[in-house]
Ligand binder design. Sequence first.
Ligand code: ADP
Length: 271
Amino acid sequence: FSIFRRETGDISGIVAVLHDVTESEKLEREQRSFVSNVSHELRTPLTTIKSYLETLQDGALSQPDLAHDFVSTTLNETNHMIQMVSDILDLSRMDLGRMKPQKEMVNMVAFLSHLVDRFKQVTNSDPTLSFHFETVFPKGQIWSEIDVSKMSQVVDNILTNAVKYSPDGGTVMISLSVTPSQLIIKIADEGMGIPAKDLPKIFDRFYRVDKARTHDAGGTGLGLAITYDIVKLHGGTIGVKSEEGIGTEFAIVLPYTPYTDEGDFENEFDD
Ligand code: ADP
């Protein structure tokens, strides 16, 4: 409580600060639900692994075809758990403030071109996929200070989702633009879209529109939560627009100060 008195000593007002209590309660509630989610998410693959191993032990081991399938499912589930645990560690490091961005000046045009090229190569090396990637970048150089490895993770996460939640053959559009104070990266796909009721929760930890389907696609439901935290670590924001059956667009907005004397910096992405 704060009590305000006039010079005469009369009480002129009282302000009660309830903010801290509700804020810490909210944090505690979030923490509890996070732990419960983690346990749940890890128990599912562990239960699957256990039942496959039991079936192998009970005789399936002597049937090579069956045994091969069971071992490969067990391996998939194990990889899924490893991915989830490393995602959780990333989030926890950011929560504890232990993840300091290692910022360096890079030419964002070259940085994004390099990422998109690499992603395009990996995606289209899968003979069942044939996505198109289009880039709309400013001519010349746009210099900004970012943590290259973390921002690569952000762009990779969004590109991976764009492909994962789109029918094959669609176009993924990546654009970069700047205003006097902002740098804007947009990634748009022509995929299945996100229902309006799910949009506000899309950056929540473990939130998935369709749990079963995304588990099969190797998703942990943590990618966008990590993405959100990394962008925040850069002082930026991330937003999403989506229409079911039409597509989804993510927009990352980072603080930007125009810099023209690019000669001072080495451009590691230009050959
Ligand atoms: P996941 O590991 O499940 O992909 P994310 O945190 O990356 O987790 O994404 C959360 C959920 O948001 C996904 O499960 C999916 O339902 C939805 N989503 C994300 N990106 C897209 C997209 N480009 N198109 C449609 N749905 C998407």
